[in-house]
Design a protein. Structure first.
Length: 228
């Protein structure tokens, strides 16, 4: 029998993990053409709604503070750590992942980036910010912390959230990048365990995505040599 005081947390986990899973499943077709700007904007608004739902669960159903999911407020140290982690991702981890994927012929990020590069730059920046806020709040801040509490194990919490975090990217990116997302998700999780600072994770995630998407947009839209 489920203990009554666990029900709010189970509901929060269903939203934090099940919401993104549904959004990345065939159910997504109900929102319309996935390559249309309107549909992609709706995607982002759905993710923000999930974040809002989880925050409501934390504050009004679990009756806990946002500190319980790693929120420490808007401290300068959080931004500094976020920038430092962004530098590590952009100039160390991601280049290494790209080389390994190419060497193993697992497929890289170009297919997904080519699709996203068709979107206007304002949307790419918006999507990067939403990804940072939503994915870190849902997977790292809420799901990781609550699964760790329920199981008494950071290892189980990390495995569950990192794998699910990677798999929700499958529809757009493919299996090769999913392997890379497992590595980057593990790095973000280890950083969160160390610092316990959700904002630092959000800054790092959003900044890395923004730089990567805007760079790709410039590269894929650049006229090829010989084009009229």
């Amino acid at each position: 029998m489920i203990e009554p005081d666990v029900i709010p947390t189970l509901a929060g986990l269903a939203l934090a993990l099940g919401g993104p899973a549904l959004l990345s499943s065939p159910v997504h077709r109900l929102l319309g053409d996935e390559d249309a700007l309107r549909t992609r904007v709706v995607d982002q608004l759905c993710l923000l709604a999930m974040v809002g739902g989880v925050i409501i669960v934390v504050l009004f159903w679990e009756v806990r503070s946002l500190a319980s999911i790693g929120w420490r407020g808007l401290g300068l140290a959080s931004f500094a750590w976020g920038v430092a982690l962004t530098i590590f991702f952009m100039w160390v981890l991601l280049p290494a992942e790209v080389r390994v994927l190419a060497r193993l012929q697992l497929g890289g990020f170009d297919k997904g980036l080519a699709k996203l590069s068709r979107m206007p730059e304002w949307f790419l920046l918006f999507a990067a910010i939403v990804a940072g806020v939503a994915e870190e709040t849902l997977f790292r801040g809420y799901a990781f912390e609550r699964i760790a509490e329920l199981t008494g194990s950071y290892t189980i919490a990390g495995l569950v959230t990192v794998v699910l975090f990677a798999l929700v990217h499958l529809r757009l990116w493919g299996w090769g990048p999913v392997a890379a997302f497992i590595v980057s998700g593990a790095a973000l999780t280890l950083f969160f365990v160390w610092r316990g600072d959700l904002l630092a994770n959000i800054v790092a995630h959003a900044s890395t995505d923004a730089v990567g998407l805007l760079r790709a947009s410039t590269r894929f839209r650049k006229p090829q040599q010989g084009d009229g």
